[in-house]
Design a protein around this ligand. Structure first.
Ligand code: ZN
Length: 326
């Protein structure tokens, strides 16, 4: 029997595999040798705009995801994932560019073999030997073009602690968000039932009162605001002297004096991220209320950066980030 099967495989498998993919595939991006290549690979297998593919995780999955995030932040990577995360994989990646090792948690399951992951769960990466307690994230990967590559490149070059990327295009879902109905359920910056927001919850719990900062990298259309770059802490108030958006934009302008860079209070730009649920969370609103309640003040932990299309090159930002967090 076994002999017959192996003969059949030798004769027929090539043809069969070419015409009909396996019933269940795993999209592991295992040939990606660097973080940038990995994130590009993951981005290209994410559910796209109007795909209808976004499965909100159950509370069990959210709890499981958070437990893995906590373990990764504690330096672990050799973990057995909880059974509720059977669609995901965790592994160490040794980046061929800098030789450093990163722990990667990502969705891989593609049960219908369409080349797109099934849920839109997301990606979380930790550098256990980081030098900066910074989280770089791309909540609107693919929609805010290139922000996911910018975020991973800055994460890597600045030796920051964590990187986070949404698992689907913000407009992948057909369903309105029950959190904020003017957005779709797949928009992780405006809904709390997703692994992206769960990661923020866990990061906030992990750090507690210790200093850390989360930077969300976003993209805006060129004609949305007069500025090329607009940074806020998630509130429409002028930042105080010494705030990180003041330092970061000053350090950016020192290198890019021709860029038009704005912060609240000095601009007509309305992209202050006041409804962003991660911003509200880090600005002191409990998760149970972030959908409907604005923050009363800002902690300074959350940085929201909007950028015109030509201003999202990581190389333009890396030194400014390093100068801001020495
Ligand atoms: Zn955005």
């Amino acid at each position: 029997m076994r002999f017959e099967q192996s003969i059949w495989c030798m004769l027929g498998a090539g043809v069969l595999m070419a015409s009909r993919p396996a019933a269940s595939a795993e999209l592991t991006c295992s040939s990606s040798a660097t973080l940038e290549a990995l994130v590009t690979c993951i981005r290209d297998q994410m559910p796209g705009r109007d795909s209808g593919i976004f499965v909100a995780p159950s509370s069990t999955q959210m709890t499981a995801w958070r437990s893995v995030v906590r373990a990764m932040m504690g330096g672990s990577c050799n973990l057995l994932l909880p059974s509720s995360l059977s669609s995901a994989r965790i592994r160490l990646l040794r980046d061929a560019g800098n030789g450093r090792r990163y722990c990667v948690l990502m969705e891989v399951a593609d049960r219908n073999s369409d080349g797109i992951v099934d849920l839109g769960l997301g990606t979380f990466i930790v550098d256990a030997a980081a030098e900066r307690e910074l989280s770089h994230s791309a909540p609107h990967a693919t929609a805010d073009l290139e922000t996911e590559i910018q975020a991973i490149s800055i994460f890597k070059a600045t030796r920051s602690r964590s990187f986070l990327m949404a698992g689907a295009h913000r407009d992948a879902s057909f369903d309105d968000s029950v959190c904020q109905s003017s957005y779709l359920a797949s928009d992780v910056a405006h809904d709390v039932t997703n692994a992206f927001h769960a990661t923020f919850q866990e990061l906030a719990a992990f750090y507690g009162s210790r200093p850390w900062w989360a930077i969300e990298w976003h993209g805006m259309a060129r004609d949305t605001c007069a500025e090329d770059v607009f940074a806020s802490h998630g509130m429409d108030v002028a930042p105080a002297r010494g705030d990180k958006i003041v330092e970061l934009t000053r350090n950016l302008l020192a290198r890019k004096p021709t860029w038009r860079v704005g912060v609240p209070g000095s601009s007509d730009c309305s992209l202050n991220a006041t409804t962003n649920v991660q911003g509200r969370l880090l600005n002191g609103v409990p998760t149970s209320q972030v959908c409907g309640r604005a923050a009363a003040s800002y902690s300074g932990r959350f940085l929201h950066i909007e950028q015109d299309p030509a201003f999202r090159d990581a190389r333009d930002w890396i030194d400014a980030v390093m100068d801001t967090w020495r």
